[in-house]
Design a protein around this ligand. Structure first.
Ligand SMILES: NC(=O)c1ccc[n+]([C@@H]2O[C@H](COP(=O)([O-])OP(=O)(O)OC[C@H]3O[C@@H](n4cnc5c(N)ncnc54)[C@H](O)[C@@H]3O)[C@@H](O)[C@H]2O)c1
Length: 442
């Protein structure tokens, strides 16, 4: 049965804490697509199709024609940053897109000027900037973010808002008392508890206002009981963590294949060089630790060594990120994978992925914003596990193991869309109509 989905009427505001490389790449890209000078390659909402019904029915619409998503022409961008650069200046500084393209959308990008950020130098040590909010308590900072959102909504005549965190990765922290309930969290905000990170302050402000919040970095942020409960209470969708791009994308494509063919893996060594601002932040061991934890969990879940110790029980997995300024946003990621096959005979796979981090991440921001808006209009709230497809470290309810296999994640995403629209779910069993097909051929 089709769910009640409110229509995507009016403008959708996408607000982004962190107007750096990814944010400027997605904003410039959406403006370029709007003007018809580029294509949204890599965007599942814009370019992927979805099969409906039996294989014989030949119904394969574009996702954007199947589910009622906000239109690209109805999107308006805004955000916060610790620097005062507008998005044109930020894009030039990031050096991801060439100036010929940027100059064609310059007036639109210059209009997006960062609001003052909630920032704590203790959480991100390697950068500092002038555009920072000041207030006596973290609670006051949350109220100030709510005022920013209200003003943006009014000034830009938005009917709905979604927030996508694209700011720097914060230092590694673990769950602490203030994170455990809404009440304790609010007391912590008022007492300036150092365990409450800036990203949590933005998220709290969003959730209090019923605004969907996505976390594109590996920080805890909305992955704490206090904010999961708040999302439920205010009927707001949340999703995270850490956009799945680059090396981890490759891992979750390749590892399910090796596992499916019962091939063993004795080692997986991954190393990267990158030279953008993200790389600089991750050069601090406290911030790298947050990323490392997110990247390491992927293979454990796909291979499940406990279920198959012979194949995966002795796997050595190492991930390194090296800050190397000459490369800028053009990262290079190497993987050496030691595998073994029939009778234990060893083999090796080498991957050298010359990727562009922000080019891979930008479409995810667009897709997540549009799907989260759809979720909100479909009365779906709390953790949106069906969006795991987009994350390195998918957020799940406490106690539920995340699914990392990208093909299972895709099935879940597509079946959720079918469910929302009242279409049959697809199991790929096909037995029900296979016999009909055979009979018809006889
Ligand atoms: N590019 C990828 O492939 C990828 C993949 C997964 C996750 N990420 C994460 O996405 C985030 C953004 O990446 P990027 O390459 O755009 O980085 P970036 O350094 O270019 O941009 C981040 C921006 O956030 C700003 N910032 C930092 N703290 C802030 C705060 N508290 N409030 C507002 N702004 C703040 C910084 O000034 C900077 O301009 C990083 O956390 C990164 O780890 C990136």
């Amino acid at each position: 049965m089709k769910q009640d989905v409110l229509p995507a009427d009016g403008r959708l505001g996408i607000l982004i804490p962190g107007l750096g490389a990814i944010a400027s790449t997605v904003i410039a890209g959406v403006e370029a697509v709007r003007k018809g000078i580029a294509h949204p390659i890599g965007s599942v909402t814009q370019l992927s199709t979805i099969r409906l019904g039996k294989r014989t029915e030949n119904r394969n619409p574009l996702i954007k024609d199947f589910v009622p998503l906000a239109k690209i022409s109805d999107i308006v961008f805004g955000g916060w940053d610790i620097y005062e650069d507008n998005v044109y200046e930020s894009a030039i500084n990031a050096g991801v897109l060439d100036t010929r393209l940027l100059d064609q959308v310059k007036p639109e990008l210059e209009k997006v000027k960062p609001m003052a950020a909630v920032f704590d130098h203790d959480y991100v040590r390697n950068i500092d900037g002038p555009n920072i909010k000041k207030a006596d308590t973290k609670y006051d900072l949350a109220l100030a973010v709510m005022e920013d959102i209200k003003k943006f909504r009014k000034d830009h005549n938005c009917s709905r808002i979604v927030i996508v965190w694209c700011a720097s990765t914060e230092k590694y922290i673990e769950l602490s008392d203030s994170h455990k309930s809404i009440e304790l969290f609010e007391i912590g905000l008022k007492n300036n508890d150092p365990n409450i990170a800036p990203s949590m302050i933005y998220a709290y402000a969003a959730l209090k206002m019923g605004i969907p919040f996505v976390n594109g970095a590996p920080n805890l942020t909305v992955d704490i009981p206090a904010l999961i409960d708040l999302a439920k209470e205010t009927k707001t969708p949340i999703a995270g963590k850490d956009f799945k791009t680059g090396q981890t994308l490759m891992k979750t494509i390749l590892a399910p294949g090796l596992h499916a063919r019962a091939l063993g893996v004795s080692g997986w060594f991954s190393t990267n060089i990158l030279g953008n601002r993200d790389g600089k932040v991750l050069d601090d061991p406290h911030n790298f630790k947050t990323k490392e934890v997110s990247k390491l969990s992927v293979l454990d879940q796909i291979f499940k060594a406990e279920d198959n110790p012979l194949l995966y029980g002795n796997m050595y997995h190492k991930v390194r990120i090296n800050y190397y300024p000459p490369r800028g946003d053009s990262k290079e990621g190497w993987d050496n994978i030691d595998i073994f096959g029939w009778l234990g005979y060893p083999m090796q796979i080498k991957i050298d992925f010359l990727c562009r981090d922000s080019i891979l991440a930008a479409p995810l921001v667009l897709d997540l914003a549009l799907f989260m808006d759809l979720a909100k209009r479909s009365q779906m709230s709390g953790i949106q596990e069906w969006l795991s497809f987009f994350f390195k470290s998918p957020e799940t309810l406490p106690g539920l193991p995340p699914e990392h296999d990208i093909f299972k994640q895709l099935m879940k995403l597509q079946n959720t869309l079918r469910h929302i629209m009242g279409e049959d779910l697809i199991t790929h069993l096909g037995l029900d109509y296979y016999q009909e097909f055979v009979d018809a051929a006889l």
